[in-house]
Design a protein around this ligand. Structure first.
Ligand code: PEP
Ligand code: MN
Length: 338
């Protein structure tokens, strides 16, 4: 970290900062300039908490050189990670994984039909929410444990590993028993207690980007999981909040190549929540794959018009099958092998 002093900072103020840095067990290296002094902070193992120093008299700003994430970064782990979810692999050198299924698990029959459609279309994983983070309390909140059973059964029947969202620590046992991968939704990306608990498990995690999280915050959230010992993290870009109202969110595709450079963790894209519009899902899916996504997660429902949640952004089974043909042609063109 670099501490930049005001040009009018006194020598006493500079000395005071040096003493404060040393009191933190770190080394302070003053760098006098023609206009102002800067103080280099050395000896830290990771991110320095600057909350006190920033407010001391004479300090203009602090500039972080180390990032708030280390284990998630490529500097720490230069080789890209490949995450295995019950035999389905996410990461460099792997064919991108297509995860599909309904927003919410509604009935046993709906889940079995959706799984059949995902499998016959060529998807590799099945999704479905049992615990739903709905904006309002009057909307369908999900079937809970009963839904987890339908999801697990449908996954087994069609040989598709399953992913589902966990919203609270108390749900972790049940979700681990029924699902191959835990999803942390956008609204819980900074639920640090949940992240820490998930970090103590071995279950693979799909960590979605918070709707107003920066890339740094996104990777710092992954760091919470990694630093507790769970290395099986796949990131998911699902759109961010901007001024635009024509789409549900704004798909930030540049995050894909950026994360691939900054981190060793695989990243997938969710074009359904990113756009909120069925019509945009195919083209944004293909754009995500061209940008280098390690997979795509999209909502597919046997009858989108009757879906209890997110029907407007869900593809029908037929529409999914058509899109999969285009995806396969694109993946051939991009040089991916089976
Ligand atoms: C979901 O994938 O079901 C979901 C609720 O998405 P997000 O957390 O990205 O809003
Ligand atoms: Mn949804």
């Amino acid at each position: 970290m670099l501490i930049v002093m005001h040009h009018h900072a006194t020598k006493e103020q500079v000395d005071h900062i040096i003493a404060a840095v040393e009191a933190m067990g770190l080394t302070a290296e003053p760098i006098p300039g023609s206009l102002r002094t800067a103080i280099g902070v050395l000896g830290n193992q990771g991110y320095v908490d600057d909350s006190t120093i920033r407010t001391l008299p004479g300090v203009r700003e602090t500039i972080h050189v180390s990032k708030p994430y280390k284990m998630a970064s490529r500097d720490f782990h230069p080789v890209p990670s490949v995450i295995d979810v019950a035999g389905v692999k996410f990461g460099d050198g792997q064919k991108p994984v297509i995860i599909a299924g309904p927003c919410s698990i509604e009935t046993e029959e709906q889940m079995l039909t959706a799984a059949e459609q995902v499998k016959s279309g060529g998807g590799q994983m099945l999704r479905g929410g049992a615990f739903k983070p709905r904006t309002g309390p009057h909307s369908f909140q999900g079937l809970g444990i009963e839904g987890l059973k339908y999801l697990q059964q449908a996954g087994k029947e069609y040989n598709l590993p399953v992913v589902t969202e966990v919203m609270r620590i108390e749900q972790l046992d049940a979700v681990c028993q029924h699902a191959d991968m835990l999803q942390i939704g956008a609204r819980n990306m900074q639920n640090f207690d949940l992240l820490k608990e998930v970090g103590k498990l071995n279950h693979p995690v799909l960590l979605k980007r918070g709707m107003s999280a920066t890339i740094e915050e996104f990777l710092a959230a992954a760091e919470y999981i990694l630093s507790e010992g769970n290395r099986n993290v796949v990131l998911c870009e699902r759109g961010i909040r901007t001024f635009e109202t024509a789409t549900r969110n704004t798909l930030d595709l540049s995050v894909v190549p950026l994360v691939r450079e900054l981190s060793h963790l695989p990243i997938v894209v969710d074009p359904s929540h990113a756009t909120g519009k069925r019509m945009l899902v195919p083209v944004m899916t293909k754009a995500a794959l061209v940008a280098g996504a390690h997979g795509v997660m999209m909502e597919v429902h046997p009858n989108p018009a009757k879906a209890l949640c997110d029907g407007a952004q869900s593809l029908s089974g037929e529409h999914f099958a058509e899109l999969m043909q285009e995806i396969n042609r694109l993946l051939d063109f991009l040089g991916y092998q089976e």
